[in-house]
Design a protein around this ligand. Structure first.
Ligand code: G3P
Ligand code: MG
Length: 250
């Protein structure tokens, strides 16, 4: 139902490093985390990169839409200075480079497909095709722990990913659990529900678990709250506070 780690470093290194960078992945690893969540978006020329916001400016120096910039240029932009001078010049990484880093270090990946408006299907398809190809040997072995788990708030992106990568499992991200969650999960052939812990209650957690789905929450930063949702049957969660909530938290 949830063969994956219980505690996952959000955006690579949570609040301890610039989000969605290789420096963040190294930071998570340094704290013992071998499970990571990150966001993947397409550049103008259709290359998946790690990026949360559809617009430049908050974490990456520059202005304008990510979907208007080619990958080679995105990867030359500074994604570290906003966090601290120590990370100045830290680049926007390619999805491919992050996958390589995670595989080399035995880090399990929750790949959040984060399309910009209008690129839902294309983003799901491209991320799906590449991932299915990169993991073809692991797919044959059939151990889910050796495969990434896709997730997305976009049903269209997840459906496109499912078509392109039928062997990479999917979780459906819902900020609040939709009334028709059972139908949506069935349509997607999803293995898990990913949801905002703030809107989850014990009863809903139990209903989801009773249907046999994995249940994953974001973004849990207080140990007491983490213990509470785990007591409801939540299987896993991501955290920004990898300093407070360790990879071996219980
Ligand atoms: O995948 C869980 C979480 O990352 C979803 O929200 O905005 O942090 O990508 P966000
Ligand atoms: Mg995310």
């Amino acid at each position: 139902m949830w063969p994956y780690p219980k505690v996952v470093a959000h955006r690579g290194g949570g609040k301890l490093a610039p989000e969605n960078t290789l420096a963040a992945m190294r930071c998570g690893l340094h704290h013992g985390f071998r499970a990571v969540e990150f966001d993947v978006m397409l550049s103008r020329d259709g290359v998946p990169v790690l990026m949360h916001d559809p617009e430049l400016g908050r974490t990456v120096k520059g202005a304008g839409r990510v979907s208007d910039v080619d990958a080679v240029e995105l990867c030359s932009l500074d994604a570290g200075s906003w966090f601290s001078p120590a990370f100045a010049g830290e680049p926007v990484p390619l999805y491919e480079d992050v996958v390589r880093f995670c595989r080399a270090n035995g880090i399990w990946m929750n790949v959040e497909i984060k399309p910009t408006d209008g690129f839902e299907v294309e983003t799901g398809r491209v991320v799906g095709e590449l991932t299915q190809d990169w993991f073809k040997d692991e797919i044959v072995l059939g151990d889910p722990l050796h495969l990434p788990l896709f997730s997305s708030f976009s049903l269209d992106a997840l459906q496109a990913a499912a078509e392109a990568a039928p062997d990479i499992p999917r979780g459906f991200l819902m900020d609040r659990i939709a009334p028709d969650w059972r139908e949506q999960l069935k349509d997607l052939d999803a293995v898990a529900v990913h949801t905002n812990h703030k809107y989850l209650d014990r009863q809903m957690a139990q209903s989801i678990k009773a249907e046999g789905y994995g249940l994953f929450c974001y973004t849990v930063n207080e140990p007491r709250r983490a213990r509470e949702i785990l007591s409801w049957g939540v299987d896993g969660f991501c955290t920004d506070r990898i300093d407070l909530i360790g990879f071996d938290f219980s």
